[in-house]
Design a binder for this molecule. Sequence first.
Ligand code: ARG
Length: 458
Amino acid sequence: MALWSGRFEQGVDEFTQRFGASLEVDKKMYRQDIAGSIAHAKMLAKQGVLSEEDVRKIEAGLRAIKEKIESGSFEWDVNDEDIHMAVEGALTADIGDAGARLHTGRSRNDQVATDIRLLAKDLLLGLIQANCSLRDALLEGAEKYFGVVMPGYTHMQHAQPVLFSHHLLAYFWMLTRDFGRLASAYHAADANPLGSAALAGTTYPLDRHYTTELLGFDHPIPNSMDAVSDRDYLLDLEYACSVSMMHLSRLCEEIITWSTTEFGFITLSDSYSTGSSIMPQKKNPDFAELTRGKTGRVYGDLMTLLTTMKGLPLAYNKDLQECKEGAIDAAETLHDCMTCVEGMVRTWEVHEQRMLDEAGQGFTAATDVADYLAKHGLPFRRAHEVVGELVLYCEKHHMGLEDLTLEDFKKASSLFEDDIARDLDPAGIAGARNTYGGTGHEAVRVQISEAHDTLGRD
Ligand code: ARG
């Protein structure tokens, strides 16, 4: 019999019972549900609504249930519909009337809102930790490979040589912004709905500030109707997860590309690769691909919740039961993907020479050659044209700018002298761009130290 069966003459149909249940998903928040109930009971005792004796029994009973759940001996029954009724039903079976008094001044509506907020906070803390750990891996890579030069791309065409560290740090900063979004979702979740009851508050003298303190929330939510029906913090969580997945997906796309035969910039460690059941030579970047692929499902979680919330009148509606699964899925998926990407980054083998060789290919020195002329007095637009013609000449003769003789250069412009050779060296080119935020050695050193400061603060 359901705990609310008093006004019903018939039990629920077996199918609708299953259809309406949220027990499977709810199992993930049994700890939060029990913590919420203990806080509610303690507050009822403090306010003189329940006796100290009842609350002692309730607390001991709830702790015993927690142990049973954790040891696997708790008997789940879909007829309990959700975690709230499963726990309360078991409690009452175990300790009798005291258990049946626990729900005084409370509704499942404020109870579920409390549970999800506590769960969201736990999930977000885990995500924040994983985010910091992944950023640490990127920063470690930036320091370890300091000085390694690779081609920088625009339109996937060779553009200008850059330091590999600079490239890795670009992801560090993306993930730093993700940290900010996760932290802000945490703050959004950090408010207490308990004591709002079904939607309107209650006539019992509840102390919502006390449960706020007991549960570690920042403040009680000031409006009971908003408290039971707000799921914005889950949207914030899912948006933060979506953006972070998008960043991981971009990095994974690069990891996949860099490990192709054509690029050959990195080799993933065996622990982060798989083989083929037919082609013995294969080493596939499955986990980078899977991370890229899972981005779609996290975006899906966000769209699902936005759509669920649209058009819901105040206050609680059963639609809200659908909110949990996607949020948990988004958080768990991002967590796994961050762990996976961190592992790849910490264990990959970087082929420095191969990167350097490619960095000089595709006329990546052209901008610096034009700058050479401009620094010697030729207007930059004119210089651009002269070098464009040199590139065309080289292309026709299947050579690079570094293969031209000083005589060839002089034919294009009398301003060239033999010191032009310095501006053709990819390592020199990458290392010399020392404007703030640039790829030069000095600028990247500054960046690494700022990254350390930021990570230290987060
Ligand atoms: N199982 C519900 C949920 O997850 C709990 C609240 C149900 N309240 C109600 N009046 N049906 O949202």
